[in-house]
Design a protein around this ligand. Structure first.
Ligand code: UD1
Length: 418
């Protein structure tokens, strides 16, 4: 397994172009399964989750041309309608294949995902929503097996929680269902808007995406489409925090800054010197940041995917900060590792209390999930001495070429291949 070796305390400067969004690319690539026409995508991030999804679709017989950020997908012929445990365990987003396959072919089979590092993450909201459209589910030997009698029929579906994945799954399924589907209490994440915009280009009839109520009028045919995936707001937010952690000037470009309002507001409250334009942010040097308290929430609230990175910054700020995690149970796996680097963080149930004014010192640390890993990289960049981060594959799931990007800004970072 690869390791990253980081020598801390370099100043960084320059600019970064943010790559395409992983969480938008995954459902959009899956949505190609709805159609027998070609889907042409650009700004697709070159990250391991996307590469694994492409492999999964190729196993189904889907024809895919992939060159840099361009992906052309032809799902005309499908030879397999099942996803095995090994694939689902590695990438939870593979459960998104249920909606399109059930809608187009009336059958699909997927291994139950089981638990994962950041909680039990059940799929009950996905299954009950799809059932309301007419899918009959059975559990057979650890697999969820779905079947549809003749065709999915539109319905009113109220989600008990605005789950991102469940909204996407039900939305994709309803595109080819007969009549109207209303999804209320839907997730409003920008990635769902992007998926909807791509589906509309493919011929779907969708209204209200980006709001709590999404309306879909079923269609019988889809067409060839082209779509540019939005840039990754979580990656952008991570690099903004990186510049603040090193008190360096940095420009983060090529992303829609309105998608990061909640982070920008929190950082400004902490005293960060940010120059915000529509598609870029300049982080400027400034005085020491102040402590604050936040809670994670569904969009437009503070994203759980930036919680770990903000926590690293809070360790260096003046005073005591608090983070309450409301989306996932057990999403503080980075805390013991940050404490090994010199942080003083106490976890009480769903809340972390972070003592500020700490000094990070290099150490051996272990990545546990994607966002936890990047919070350790950020701490290591500020630490005295050398840090070795083990299990880098977690990072490669969502950040394109991390050592090259950070290295080009002046961070002393190298990958040791094993
Ligand atoms: C997506 C993102 C992930 C982000 C998360 C929350 C992708 C590929 N991943 O994950 O990066 O952290 O949104 O913004 O887009 N839940 C249930 N039952 C369900 C579905 C979800 O109880 O059927 C719970 C989950 O266990 C979790 C919470 O709802 O506690 C949020 O999950 P959800 O919004 O579905 O996240 P994902 O789509 O898995």
């Amino acid at each position: 397994m690869d390791k990253l070796i980081i020598n801390g305390r370099s100043k960084i400067s320059g600019s970064i172009n943010v790559h395409g969004s992983k969480n938008a690319a995954l459902p959009i690539i899956v949505s190609s399964l709805l159609s027998d026409k070609i889907l042409k995508l650009s700004n697709v991030p070159n990250v391991v989750d996307v590469l694994n999804l492409i492999k999964l679709l190729k196993n189904y017989g889907v024809k895919i041309l992939h060159n840099k950020d361009i992906v052309h997908i032809n799902s005309k012929k499908i030879k397999n309608l099942s996803a095995d445990y090994d694939v689902v365990r590695k990438m939870r987003a593979s459960i998104l294949i249920l909606g399109p396959l059930l809608s187009r072919f009336g059958r699909a089979r997927i291994s139950l995902p089981g638990g994962c590092a950041i909680g039990t993450r059940p799929i009950d909201i996905h299954l009950s929503g799809l059932s309301k459209l007419g899918v009959n589910f059975e559990i057979q030997n650890g697999f969820v097996v779905g079947s549809v009698k003749s065709q999915l029929i539109g319905n009113k579906i109220k989600l008990p929680f605005p789950s991102v994945g469940a909204t996407e799954n039900i939305l994709m399924a309803s595109v080819l269902a007969k009549g109207e589907t209303k999804i209320s209490n839907a997730a409003r994440e920008p990635e769902i808007e992007d998926l909807s915009n791509c589906l509309i280009k493919m011929g779907a009839k969708i209204e209200g995406h980006g709001s709590k109520n999404i309306y879909v009028q079923g269609v019988t045919n889809l067409k060839t489409a082209r779509h540019q995936i939005i840039s990754d707001r979580i990656v952008a937010g991570t690099y903004i925090i990186a510049a603040l952690i090193l008190n360096s000037s940095l420009e983060i470009k090529n992303f829609n800054t309105t998608y990061l309002k909640s982070l920008i507001n929190v950082l400004k409250k902490m005293g960060a010197n940010l120059k915000v334009s529509k598609f870029s942010i300049k982080v400027l040097k400034g005085p020491k940041l102040k402590s604050t308290s936040i809670l994670t929430n569904p969009y437009p609230g503070f994203p759980t995917d930036l919680q770990a990175q903000l926590m690293t910054l809070m360790c260096l700020s003046d005073g005591k900060s608090k983070i309450k995690e409301t989306i996932f149970e057990n999403r503080f796996m980075h805390v013991p590792e940050l404490n090994r680097l010199g942080a003083k963080i106490i976890v009480e149930k769903d809340t972390a209390i972070i003592l500020g004014n700490q000094t990070f010192k290099g150490a051996q640390v272990m990545a546990s999930d994607l966002r936890a890993s990047i919070s350790l990289v950020l701490a290591a960049m500020n630490a005295n001495g050398q840090t070795t981060l083990n299990r880098v594959y977690h990072l490669d799931r969502g950040y394109e070429n991390i050592e090259k990007t950070l290295g080009s800004l002046g961070v002393k970072i190298k990958r040791k291949k094993n």
